[in-house]
Structures are given as structure tokens and as C-alpha cells.
Design a protein around this ligand. Sequence first.
Ligand code: ASP
Length: 645
Amino acid sequence: MTFPSWLSQLCRGLSRPIRRTTQPIWGSLYRSLVQSSQRRNPEFSSFAVRTNTCGELRSSHLGQEVTLCGWIQYRRQNTFLVLRDFHGLVQVVIPQDESAASVRKILCEAPVESVVQVSGTVISRPAGQENPKMPTGEIEIKVKTAELLNACKKLPFEIKDFMKKTEALRLQYRYLDLRSFQMQYNLRLRSQMVMKMREYLCNLHGFVDIETPTLFKRTPGGAKEFLVPSREPGKFYSLPQSPQQFKQLLMVGGLDRYFQVARCYRDEGSRPDRQPEFTQIDIEMSFVDQTGIQSLIEGLLQYSWPNDKDPVVVPFPTVTFTEALATYGTDKPDTRFGMKIIDISDVFRNTEIGFLQDALSKPHGTVKAICIPEGAKYLKRKDIESIRKFAADHFNQEILPVFLNANRNWNSPVASFIMESQRLELIRLMDTQEEDVVLLTAGEHNKACCLLGKLRLECADLLETRGMVLRDPTLFSFLWVVDFPLFLPKEENPRELESAHHPFTAPHPSDIHLLYTEPKKARSQHYDLVLNGNEIGGGSIRIHNAELQRYILATLLKEDVKMLSHLLQALDYGAPPHGGIALGLDRLICLVTGSPSIRDVIAFPKSFRGHDLMSNAPDSIPSEELKPYHIRVSWPTDSKAERAH
Ligand code: ASP
């Protein structure tokens, strides 16, 4: 997409008419809010010294006297200059006559990426010199005056988008990287979507945008939190991992419908494509059930979806957690393609193949498979080898590749033990074609599904790198995953329980009795929203009964309830039934823009190791400055050398 066409699409998005579905309480306030968001194209040059943006000029501006400000993109033979701003590019003719020597000097000598102001007339390009690839390609600027606003030193990298640069360098000079087309597009689209979400939530559905504290106290369970020292000896604030408690307390406070573009903090160490601080569209409402929240979110995404993408189709399909695991081997299935996991245990009840026999003789043993379309054509022998190695190394599982083409030699000696009747039954059950390959594994249900779920994604990537189109790049495949278990075994001690979502999640109404008998089996009212195989949101209906909340925290999760006494107390003062959800804004925008990383949709992200490469945060503090906090650094022995730098 060319520079200005994306911008005009973004602008058109802004002026899309609003459907009024709720009646305002304060009519005029509501009307003025709606009107301000109905404004047509924004005034990009208001309050500025320029008259126009570089990217907006067309033949309709011919003859107009304009003043433009922008960066020098490039210069051609000291005759033309291409000037760039956020809106696009425009060609400026460098005057050649003697009388304009000073203007000529400025425009010819200013280094690329210097910022200049030029005034002149919009003229047509000479016949035959139009550039149809450039939206401003029919015109150029005949300059009368020019001013160098600020010169640019030699750049660490070229701004032009096709120039490849390392991400570390981009992050170090983020302010320069932000000048690129991609970053401009991503941040503007993000702003636009957030604006439309605000409109939808506040103007159309009566949500209240409320800021909640970021200096808070430790919350039991969940992700690790960042600590902030206080001046009271030994006392620390915590940065909240989400505004969960506050939003519930707002419901107790009768705010009824809350929303916030909320900054959240999780100290999870270095994790690829995660950020220690990130943004959620955080939502909570009273007197609602699961389907109410789901419809709200479907409407929100439909309303805020960029106009240049295919419209969002609602309602989104729903699968249960159990179905997702059995069919896709994960709780965040990528439903843009098939290759579903199929249980083929019955085909192999009387097999002679050792590892299948072994698995099926155990109480929960199963045989499962996925079908790789045209795998015989696209997968090489070494791919199959690495698939088998992956299964052995990471899952301690065997994988049997079965080539279904009867004329083909069975690739593995084991496969020759598959009887003709079994082969035919396999073809029928898995609906395979001649060139397909079936990957077969055996073992305990969850383990076999998880492995095949991973292989399903790996093979999809492989097939695509070999040229098969498996996932339509324009497709956005939303999916609700529901009926999660309320608890999972703790990773570090599987005999103890932890919340699958968070401890405030209500149990499924039909499973409440299980909390007192078999809590592991209780399902919850927790729902996740998945887009193209990524979890982009999650939420739940909450517990609003103090006694039940206390029982879950103290008895089942063995948490210290004193830390949550304020919340438990609040639930006892007429807390309304309530529920909510949070959408991960960074991930959502990353998927919408098709960016390779969430760092590409955040203006100033942290590196993979949680550092700000531009300013070098986190930084050391002189011990003097730590004194008021009663803190002393105990240096690990191996970091002495590092400290010396
Ligand atoms: N606070 C939850 C989270 O951050 C979302 C929710 O339950 O609303 O995952």
C-alpha cells in the first residue's frame, strides 16, 4: 500500500457514522461526544506553520501557494528533492536560476533526513514526467523560499524501509526507526482502533473510562510482580499485573461498566515476544453472564476493525477447552487450517506394532494422528527425521509416519506392519488423499494431543516455506475457548492446585458441588478469545460471594487470605454479580498489522531481555540514593566485572 492511501483509509475509518444504540443519560454531553468523533478528515495542518502536508497535494491543488515542512528523503542531481512527512512524499524542484542561489544552496547542501520548511507553488509535472506510483506524482512544488530547520548528522541507518537493520539498532535509535513507514502505520492504526474502542464502549454502551493505581500491593498467585521500594523500611509497592481487583471493586462501588486502556506489568524474565509492561483493553461489567461479555467483545472488535481489512464476522465460533485440546492439542487453536487430531485407537486394537500395542494396553492409552496434506510431495526425509527427533526429545514419544499412497514404499519398516484393512480404515477415518502423510503417535490422551498439536503447527510452517498456501494471510480466525477447568495442578508441586485463570473466577454453575468433593474436575466460567492461534484476551464471570471466595482462596489454593481481606470484605457489602475480560492490545494490533513482533506496534518497547536499548534502563543507582529506601545492593560475585563498566 502506498503511503497516503493507507492514511486516507485510516481517515475514512474515523469518519464512519456511529450507530446509536443506547439512550444517553445526559443528552447534550452525549451528543457532543458523538459529534466530536463524527468529525470528517482530521485537520492535519491546524495550529502549525505549514499550510498542507507533503502527502496530501494533488492536481486539485494546482496553483496554490503552500508551505510544507518535512524531512529530505532524497535528492536527485541537485534538481529535485523529495520531501517526506507522516502523510507521504512530494517532489520539490530546486530552483536553478541565479536569483534563487540562497534557496538552491540550502536545498542542495542539507544532508538527507534534515528537516526543512519550503514555500512555493503547486505546479503540474511536465508531460511524461508524472509518477503514477506516487500519490502526489502529478504535481511538484516550485520553491520560492526555503529554510533549514535542523540539519541531520550521518545516520546510523537509512530510514528507507527496504534497508535491513538489526532490531537492536532500531531500538537504540527508536526515534529514527519511528520515522519508517511501518512504524508510522502501526502506531496510527493502533491509535485509530483504540479511539473506536473508546467510542464503542463509552459512547455506545455507557462504559466509564477509569484509571486505577499502578502503585499497589502484592497479589497472591499469578505472574511475578515488579516491586517498587517505599520510604518505609522493608515496605514495597507492587506494580499490578492487571487492574483485576480494582475493576471488581469498581463494580462493588456501583460504577456498573468500567473500561480502561490499562498498563500492566509482569516480571516474567526474558520471554520471546513478551513485554514486561504491556497494554490491555480492560473491561468489567455488572449483571452480566458469559454470553453477554462475548457479544460485547464481538461487537467491539467488529466496530473498531480497520476498514481496509475484511469485516469481522460474528458471532465467533466457540469450542470447549476439552474439545480444543483433543482436536488441536492446545487451548489456543489456529483454526485457519484443518489438520485436526483424530483418535484412531480403534483401528489399532489388534496391531502388531509394539509401541501402539504398549500404549493401548494402558488404562488411558490412545492412538492419535494428524494428516499432513500432500506431505509426500512437500516433506523431505530429513523433515520426517527431525519431527521424530523432536517428539523423542521433548515428549519422549514415538512418531510413526505413514505414507498412504499404496504404490509408495512404506518409508519406515514399522509401517509395513500396518495391515491393508487398517490402512483402508485409516484412509476413511482421516479422509486422506494419495499424496498425504499421516503422523501417528500413541500414549496418554493429553500428552499425545499436545505433541500432535505442536507438530501440526510445525508442519504447517514447513509446508508454507515449501510453497503450499495453507493459511490465507488475509484471514482473521477468531475463536472462543470456554469451559476451562477452574484449577490446574501446580507445575512445581502437582499435588497442589493453582487457578487456571485467576482466583476470582467463578466456578461453572453446574460444577459448584465438585469444589467440595473433586475440585480438580470443576469447570469454570472462564473464557479466552483466540485469534489465528494466539490468545488475545481472557476473562471470567467472578465470584461475588465472600464465603465462596474465601473457601477457594484459603482451603483450595492455600493462599494467605489476609492479603485480600479488603476484597473479601467488599464482597460482603452487597457486591453485584459481575464479570469481565481483558484484551491484549499489543498482540491484537500485531496480528491486525501482520507485524513480526509485538515490539513493532509499541512506540518504545523493551528488548527481549527487558532493557530499553535507547536509554539503557534499567540503570544503576548510587548507593546514596538508595538510602531513603533502606535498600542496599548485594552484588552477585560474577557481576563485579559488569559493574566496573
Ligand atoms: N485480569 C485478567 C487478566 O489480566 C483478565 C480478566 O479476568 O478480566 O488476564
